[in-house]
Design a protein around this ligand. Structure first.
Ligand code: SF4
Length: 435
């Protein structure tokens, strides 16, 4: 093999089968995609050992993709049921699954995913280390943290979230600049606690070159985690968040020097008026690496509706350059999501991603809307159901409220503007009241 990673292939001018597949999905030239990959502005997370993958690309000029978090937990140990959720998420349009398993035989589930799932698979080795070693946090050694990342690479994961940016310097900045909600990233809080208890440097930062060796070997994309993502709008764009982002930008360059693909994780909770500026700051500090946003959740007051607060922020973030949205479900901040929550979260994230793609002029994005508009104009309900982002809900809603006339809906009945305009423009008489 003449290359180890997609980035290395691109830099050598080689168009891989993965690049061809992604270029076709994105309706762009493979050469153009290759150029973006060579610069690090687009990535194809695709572990050499993930044989079941149908590759996808991430980059601000490509279609915005969405990620769904799933995995076993103390309250959800049935592997088959969890795998069924994965299948449903992929059917509903998720391009990536992050396996955040935190209970039981996590390796079995992870391997099952990379053996059978066509979506990109991401993991957070920090969570898994705590489960795998099953011993007090402070007793996990620096080498053991890295060993878990290696195990995930061997198991075929396509991207790994690694909280490298919260080093001792960032941790000091965080302690000096008080926050309303401290650190809310699960991985970030674990590694911060480990550093505080051991007095050691973050092993993922200190041993970053070892991590790069692993990623290069298997072509694992580094998702540089945002331990200091704001957990409330009051903490948005503060010293800790920006300090960590500067470090992530430095690490991005080191990764690129080894042809390792990189994306950057982002906020978090953030008011609407700060989102566009944050996308610009990220692009500048991290040299155009694709941005993976967790939300942003634009107001803190809507538990039960955070799929909406995050879809608002996600749409704005993606329209301003974010490449990848992590779904948020209505259960966020409240409990583990159930099947219905997962569906609501996926649909909300897909709407946000698509709305951004229209705004960005992603090739083909607005065609879907045009087709739907034509179906609406023709009052072609079957076509509308087929094109709907959630066909089942659209069909159910109409069935639950049957109109008097089949060519209207119960919203306006005889006052149906669409029907009346079609008729009057066809030269028919429109009387409305006596029809
Ligand atoms: S009845 Fe009203 S809402 Fe329904 S299709 Fe006609 S114009 Fe649209």
């Amino acid at each position: 093999m003449e290359y180890r990673t997609q980035m290395e292939a691109a830099r050598r001018g080689i168009i891989t089968s993965e690049m061809k597949a992604v270029a076709e999905k994105e309706h762009i030239e493979a050469e153009k995609l290759m150029g973006l990959l060579a610069e690090g502005r687009a990535i194809i997370p695709c572990n050499r050992l993930h044989t079941a993958i149908s590759p996808n690309g991430l980059g601000s000029m490509l279609r915005t993709k969405i990620n769904v978090n799933l995995g076993t937990s103390r309250d959800m140990t049935d592997l088959e049921m969890e795998f069924q959720k994965v299948r449903s998420a992929v059917e509903m349009g998720a391009e990536a699954i992050m396996d955040l398993s935190s209970f039981g035989d996590t390796r079995k589930f992870r391997r099952c995913l990379t053996e059978k799932c066509p979506a990109m698979i991401g993991t957070v080795p920090i969570y898994d280390a705590v489960v795998y070693y099953n011993k007090p946090l402070a007793q996990i050694t620096a080498a053991e943290w890295i060993d878990i990342a290696r195990m995930h690479a061997i198991d075929g994961v396509d991207f790994m979230t690694v909280h490298c940016g919260i080093n001792r310097e960032t941790a000091e900045k965080f302690k000096k600049n008080k926050r309303l909600t401290n650190i809310v990233s699960r991985g970030g809080s674990i590694i911060f606690a480990w550093m505080e208890m051991t007095g050691n440097e973050n092993p993922f930062y200190e041993r970053f070159d070892e991590l790069l060796d692993i990623c290069r070997e298997y072509d694992v994309t580094l998702s540089l985690g945002d331990a200091c993502r704001p957990g409330c709008i009051a903490d948005a764009t503060d010293a800790s968040q920006i300090g960590e982002l500067i470090t992530l930008g430095e690490l991005t360059k080191r990764a690129w020097a080894r042809d390792v693909q990189v994306m950057i994780e982002g906020p978090g909770h953030m008011p609407l008026n700060q989102i566009a500026a944050n996308m610009e700051i990220e692009k500048t500090l991290c040299h155009g690496a694709p941005f993976y946003v967790l939300g942003p959740i634009v107001t803190d007051i809507a538990p039960g509706y955070d799929h909406i607060t995050s879809a608002i922020g996600g749409a704005l973030a993606a329209a301003n350059g974010a490449a990848f949205l992590c779904y948020v479900t209505p259960a966020e901040h409240l409990r583990l999501p159930d099947v219905d929550d997962v569906k609501e979260g996926i649909i909300a994230a897909r709407i946000a991603a698509h709305a951004a793609d229209i705004a960005k002029g992603v090739p083909g994005a607005a065609d879907w809307d045009r087709d739907m508009s034509l179906a609406r104009k023709k009052l072609d309900w079957e076509k509308m159901f087929t094109l709907a982002i959630d066909p089942e809900k659209a069909r159910r809603y109409r069935a639950e409220s049957k109109p008097e006339r089949e060519d209207t809906c119960s919203m306006c009945g005889n006052f149906c503007a669409v029907r009346n305009m079609n008729r009057i423009l066809d030269g028919e008489i429109v009387s409305i009241f006596d029809e």
